[in-house]
Design a protein around this ligand. Structure first.
Ligand code: GLY
Length: 258
């Protein structure tokens, strides 16, 4: 597995915020926590490759939002926040080494990668303040030819679909049902976040383990009781920038022949 990451920008203190009040971010601590996150990914078998730093782009550490990488192609997004659109060219340039086909979301559509949850051949596409219904047809055009179904999912009161639901095992999702209608996930097994930890639904599944913020011990206990292996990381500073475990990497299979 390849994990693309990007260094934390010193301008993260000017990041986009939608549902959180601005708090002071300790840049040195953020860099340390991000380094620890990369180490955990490497420990779990990822080949961690850093994209060039983008010191003038506050949210550029959140590389997940710039693309979705399928085995067959990559789709470069058009982020909903204007300030984030300059993040995509360097991600696209890097992905050219791994996928021969790159599709691009065209204006006026907007899409953040944090709104895309892929489970097998289904891509759940969150309709959020960042991603609009107009991109659904673009996603279907790009991914449908490879047999993917694209299912729109309304999300509310949170930034992205993956703030409300993420994969924690084959066929298992961790969800906050207050932010997403979980009945849309059909037959999948669901684990609810602890009610005291509404922000706890974002976990990053890597192989058989879940990379998970240390800030949510009650939900972590729920995961472990279900037999899920959890690797905790401190992500307090990136969380103040409305980032979470999935946002800080783009993880995909390296395929021979690109
Ligand atoms: N600060 C993360 C985002 O709003 O995109």
């Amino acid at each position: 597995m390849i994990a693309l990451t990007r260094p934390v920008s010193p301008s993260i203190v000017r990041c986009e915020l939608t549902h959180l009040a601005r708090e002071s971010i300790d840049f040195g601590l953020a860099v340390g926590q991000h380094g620890e996150y990369e180490s955990v990914l490497a420990d779990l078998g990822c080949d961690v490759r850093r994209l060039p730093a983008e010191p003038d782009l506050p949210d550029s550490v959140f590389v997940e939002d710039a693309a979705i990488v399928l085995d067959e192609c990559a789709i470069i997004t058009r982020p909903g926040a204007q300030s984030r659109r300059p993040e995509t060219p360097s991600v696209a340039a890097a992905l050219e080494a791994y996928r021969s086909l790159l599709h691009r979301i065209e204006e006026p559509g907007t899409l953040d990668g944090g709104d895309l949850l892929t489970v097998g051949r289904t891509i759940y596409a969150g309709l959020s303040s960042r991603s609009d219904a107009g991109v659904i047809e673009q996603l279907r055009f790009a991914a449908g030819r490879y047999g993917y179904r694209v299912k729109p999912v309304a999300v509310s009161r949170c930034l992205h679909l993956k703030s409300a639901a993420t994969r924690v095992g084959p066929g298992t999702l961790l969800v906050n049902r207050r932010w997403v209608d979980a009945s849309l996930f059909g037959e999948m097994e669901l684990i609810d976040v602890d009610p005291a930890e509404p922000m706890a639904a974002n976990a990053l599944l890597v192989g058989g383990s879940v990379v998970y913020p240390a800030a949510f011990p009650l939900t972590r206990e729920r995961l472990e009781k279900r037999g899920i292996l959890v690797r905790t990381v401190d992500l307090t500073e990136l969380a103040k920038a409305e980032g979470a475990a999935t946002c800080c990497s783009l993880i995909f299979r390296e395929l021979s022949g690109g």
